[in-house]
Design a protein around this ligand. Sequence first.
Ligand SMILES: *Cc1c(COP(=O)(O)O)cnc(C)c1O
Length: 388
Amino acid sequence: MKKIYLDYAATTPMHPAVAKAMQGYFSEDFGNPSSLHSIGQKAKDAVEQARYEVAHILGAKPKEIIFTSGGSESNNFAIKGVTHAMKDKGNHIITSKIEHHAVLEPYHFLQKNGFDVTFLSVDNYGVVDPDDVKKAIIDKTILVSIMHANNEIGTIEPIEEISKICRNKGVYLHTDAVQSFGSLDTNVDKLGVDFLSISAHKFYGPKGVGLLYIKQGTRISPLIHGGAQEWNKRASTHNVPGIVGLAKAAQLAIVEKDERVKHYSHLRDKLIKLIFEKIEDVKLNGHPEKRLPNNCHIILKYVEGESMLLKLDAIGIEVATGSACSSGSLEPSHVLLSIGITPEDAHGSLRLTIGRLTTEQDIDYVGEHLPKIVDDLRRMSPIGKGNR
Ligand SMILES: *Cc1c(COP(=O)(O)O)cnc(C)c1O
């Protein structure tokens, strides 16, 4: 069966050139970068070369890059590490209601452990108002964490404006740039952030590797204690193939950025157009312009996201939903509820995210089959339009 993968926000297939770059570091050049002999030093050179390359891409210094096991660790490291190191200054921290769980859950954890937490509301497009950040900052505030772009609805946050406010007030700013890297400019100086997280598997690199940018001079405690790797900031033997793969994927993302963004946005716009032409009672979520080029997030009224997902999967189309069961909880997506969508409507949400390998034919195929599936489900459904 033809497979049409439209879930690139969940993960991406590794680029063949990335797999090739990693290959030599599994069995051949397998050394531990902390070993002083030749094979160890060869591995160390590979890690340091990778660090140099990704630092350059982010506009950072090599010493400001700490390799981690991915986006979740980078976010946890920034949030728990800063709050621990800065607790003499205060115990107030700020974030938004639409962050990824890898930011929200560390905030909830800290809230249970004596921190005062402000979860900022967003507007109906999912945008954080920089003025709200300004108003929320008090003397005791030590950290603001606002994502660069949202993983569900694709909305891009005004990080540059928020960073000016944070700099003025002397408060650290972390941004989760896991979804934006490769599609938006993630130069750390332009963004004005103190901490930034990225994850390789979201941009055609390997799973289980990411990094945290840590601005020189900022205070942060380690999350993982042990050996002296990463200047005592993150113990554990380096994931050498992973780090090499991350750097290769990052380089390709930058070299191909314009081409990829053009490809994504062209197919995204075509997909949205087809859906709106062929299906009634549909709504686009997220910001009309300030959105990731590959994101199409819609509400299809009177249908269940899971039913659509399964019917689409049966004909080879792979998508995501913000409906309840998919997230493994009883509640629909916190992001959709935060932008004012009713729980009922949130159950009919679909996220289609485009990638390097998506073709015109793939989009045509979706345009051909999705309307029919929606139509069938609406006719069968007890919450269907016909039954209201
Ligand atoms: C995928 C994702 C993460 C988690 O990254 P992992 O590497 O899978 O741990 C964090 N934040 C956002 C916005 C993401 O999309």
